[in-house]
Design a protein. Structure first.
Length: 341
């Protein structure tokens, strides 16, 4: 009996030692990864403060939104709405390029994201996101002023939801929808292959997009690899991926889940007919989350299409991956006759 106890005790000791060794190896990998990020020029550039002028916007239901403005006031205005689990600094590279060209930009954190307050009564319905667009426009535009409204992913869905219930031409001179879809997100998703058909069932779609799983609070090579595969194209830098990763981690799980459920139930294809201003559609050819098929369907249905731009070797995070190409397209859109604010 004593021999057996010793053997069991030895096995326990080996297990504990192995676990400790594994944990130590994990810590070492994590430290090496963080050291590499600390010296990554792209990450440092993206993380540097934008220096915007802070503005607080109150939406129709009382939700308080954090916004910042950039560039000269009185110039052509673009309002930028970021996507799911992102923050307004996601637009940083585009903001820097366009503000240097003399354009006036307004970027805001979506409800529950970044420095904006949580949604009143925890309401993350897409109609509320549309009301947020209207609130930002009403607060930032002068009498009779119009802006070019630009949205990425959920931000573009917010613009579509806004168009359904508001006078688009009274507030906007043009629009741009980037990396987005207006329904059937799972069915067209390229992450799951044939499984997408099964996952597109209403309840499985809600379970997947509405997951409240808490993400690890630290960066790791594995997490970076997963995010890169899901959201980025092959040429994205480590700094690009890490910069978005910090936003994803910072997004509260309940907000992420509530927005995911809203998107899983979304059917905004009818909103396209309401976008009666020149509208540019932009897609990444390698976008696995909202593949170009979504962009083509939107562009085909627009009353006043202003072009379809598909960028090669680009994933879902196009404003980070291709800021110069996107900024050039937006600058061209704003410069079209008749779009003056």
């Amino acid at each position: 009996m004593r021999v057996r106890r010793r053997r069991r005790g030895g096995a326990r000791a080996l297990t504990v030692a192995a676990a400790a060794g594994g944990a130590a190896a994990g810590v070492a990998i994590q430290r090496r990864h963080l050291r590499a990020l600390a010296h990554d020029e792209d990450y440092a550039r993206l993380s540097s403060p934008l220096g915007g002028r802070v503005l607080t916007v109150t939406s129709a239901d009382g939700t308080r939104l954090h916004a910042e403005t950039f560039g000269p006031t009185g110039a052509q205005t673009l309002v930028l709405a970021h996507g799911w689990t992102e923050q307004l600094s996601f637009w940083g590279p585009v903001i820097r390029i366009l503000s240097a060209q003399g354009l006036h930009l307004v970027a805001y954190d979506l409800r529950g994201h970044g420095r904006s307050g949580p949604a009143a009564e925890h309401d993350y319905a897409l109609e509320r996101f549309g009301e947020d667009v209207e609130a930002v426009l009403a607060t930032t535009l002068g009498e009779g002023g119009r802006a070019t409204v630009v949205g990425h992913s959920l931000g573009a869905m917010s613009i579509a939801a806004w168009a359904v219930h508001h006078d688009v031409e009274a507030r906007a001179g043009a629009a741009a929808l980037v990396n987005t879809g207006l329904g059937d997100l799972i069915a067209g998703n390229l992450l799951f292959g044939q499984l997408a058909k099964w996952l597109n069932h209403p309840w499985t779609s809600r379970v997947f997009l509405g997951s409240r799983v808490r993400l690890p609070s630290f960066s790791s090579p594995l997490q970076e690899a997963v995010i890169r595969y899901c959201a980025f194209g092959p040429t994205a830098s480590t700094g690009d991926v890490a910069f978005y990763e910090r936003m994803l981690i910072a997004c509260p799980p309940d907000v992420r889940a509530a927005c995911g459920v809203a998107m899983s139930d979304m059917d905004l294809w009818h909103a396209v007919a309401k976008l009666t201003v020149p509208t540019l559609v932009v897609a990444g050819a390698g976008d696995r989350l909202t593949p170009p098929a979504h962009a083509r369907r939107i562009a085909d249905a627009l009353p006043r299409p202003a072009g379809l731009l598909e960028l090669p070797e680009t994933g879902h995070m196009l404003p980070l991956e291709r800021p110069h190409e996107l900024a050039a397209a937006l600058s061209k859109l704003v410069a079209k006759p008749g779009l003056a604010a």
